[in-house]
Ligand binder design. Sequence first.
Ligand code: ADP
Ligand code: MG
Length: 334
Amino acid sequence: MGAAQDESVIEHLRASGLVAPGEVPRMTPLSGGVSCDVWRVDTAKGAFAVKRALPKLRVEADWFAPVERAESEVRWLRRVGAFAPAIVPAIVAEVPEEHLFAMRFLEPAQHPVWKDELIAGRVDPAFAAKVGAALARIHAETANDPAIARDFDTGALFHALRVEPFLLYVAQHDAEVAPRLRALAADLEVRRVALVHGDVSPKNILVGPGGPVFLDAECAVCGDPAFDLAFCTTHLLLKAVWLKPDAAPLTESAAAMAAAYRAGIDWEDADALMQRAGALTAALLLARVDGKSPAPYLTDAADRAEVRGRAKRLLAASGTDLEQLIAGWREGRE
Ligand SMILES: Nc1ncnc2c1ncn2[C@@H]1O[C@H](COP(=O)(O)OP(=O)(O)O)[C@@H](O)[C@H]1O
Ligand SMILES: [Mg+2]
């Protein structure tokens, strides 16, 4: 932070050719950031977003988070941009030694953050369907590709940032659901199917004029595509509890996203994937109240108890198709 750090970032941008030798661009810190710094940098060549991974996360829990995750993110953005350039910001510079990269800056006026839109009550199931379709496209394009398995062999990172804090941590503290959570975790660690983003949350999706733009792929891994769908569904269902009087369009959005995703599954049996996504969603709902990374907005004790109870009943059930889970969430039954 501060001027010295800004100057060091600017030096790297100069070396990359984004900033001219005598030029001093304006650097504006952007919101967000438990794991990195993100700036808007205005230069003579235009505006860029510059992101630098922090060696340690800015949260209480002490997660293992090597800065190499910046490289995973760049690799994910490049790989997806190669077949679907509209759904990611283009990378314009990378300084791997500094765990820093620059991408095109997408103006917030035309690209608001989806989470902000949802909280403001602008909830559009048609947009959620586009998110589902885009996710399925990413997974379909990358499924069973040996290059993905080779380039995203980041299971250790995914374990540290996702499997441990979301599933195993809860298992350690709740004997009742522990066997089920440990089984889900074990399956996640070995199922290497497609390119998983790992943090598909409404706060990492911009609402662009043509559809979603995905950011923040630090947890990218060759893994189970059901995880991405489950992760995003979890956020929509939690927001439906939080914003209860306005729950209907949120659960409708979750349903639209799941249906669009299902329609795009062409690499494996759709029913099997949707079962895994349902079980993972139940686990992630519980993780968002009892895990290491609880949803910061779900502070009401009654809301938390409701989510905990419902998630645990879902976890105990034998089969959990995602679309049935969403329909039940809407109707207040499991
Ligand atoms: N290319 C970009 N264009 C415009 N805004 C961006 C861009 N990249 C990031 N941002 C903004 O910065 C925020 C944080 O970026 P993100 O990559 O999600 O980092 P973090 O790991 O800190 O969450 C985003 O929510 C978004 O508001
Ligand atoms: Mg983010």
